[in-house]
Write a protein that binds this ligand. Sequence first.
Ligand code: BDR
Ligand code: CA
Length: 311
Amino acid sequence: MHRIILDTDPGIDDALALFLALSSPDVRLEAITTVGGNVNVDLTTYNALALLELAGRTDIPVARGSNRPIVRQPMYAEHVHGDNGLGGLQLPEPQIKAIDSHAVDVIIEKIMASPGEITLVPIGPLTNIALALRREPRIAQSVREVVIMGGALRVPGNTTPSAEFNIYVDPHAAHIVLHAGWPIRLVSLDTTMQAELRREQVEMLASSESPVTVAIRQMLAYYFDVFGPQNGVSAFHMHDPLCLVAAFQPDLINWEPSFVDVELHGTLTLGETVAYFGPLITQSPNVLASVGVDAGRFIQLFLQRIKERFA
Ligand code: BDR
Ligand code: CA
């Protein structure tokens, strides 16, 4: 059983990662912690609560986290995820509330209470994770693994020519997290850009009218009908679901040890993840970097699990 804390900024692909976690019998979601990223933290928290309620999993605690990056001004991605973060999908107002504790406290408490047991899966900017490390550095020795969606190692960025969104939004947090000396799997655009969900594959879920599959179809309709045509993309990139899968089925991905650092001073390259591989590595590797993926198997696993649990 994989005991996971999902740190998230829903976000269309965050929502899909959440549904995948909820449909995976080998995953136990210990908590959802929210962060400002795709939209502000009020909205990401609202979305996390509403999505959980839709899936009938009101037992999972949601803790609200940081709204602002550590140094930089906030920056959102409404153009990708719609004004409400879920492609305009309107969900009933959630009856459940976020718990009183802050996300940073929940991350620390859960990891320290079960040494070696908890996998931390951040799929938004790394603000909460960096603050947790500063507040309780011993989480670095107590976590099982940290599986991060972020970075662009040998491929271009998706927010600037060199930076990926989650790292660009809070590069200072990313710097702290990458240098904490804990076990990291880094799921970057190098593999997530290959994990493409096509419209006809989403339509495989079309025969079901369950609330979750209807929500998936509506969120992706925004992407295929609005964002896609405007930006010349025809497939949906499964960034966050691929990251989640890496936490419980890492053999779907090829991994290489790498030393990865974050550019904090470049005037043009802020947030670039600079990765040293093979003979270029002069310091101990700080991550296992995703360098290849069996995208077909991954998409099948995603669709099958969603169908089995929610269709
Ligand atoms: C990442 O940025 C966000 O918009 C997505 O949710 C994902 O976490 C991809 O760069
Ligand atoms: Ca995200």
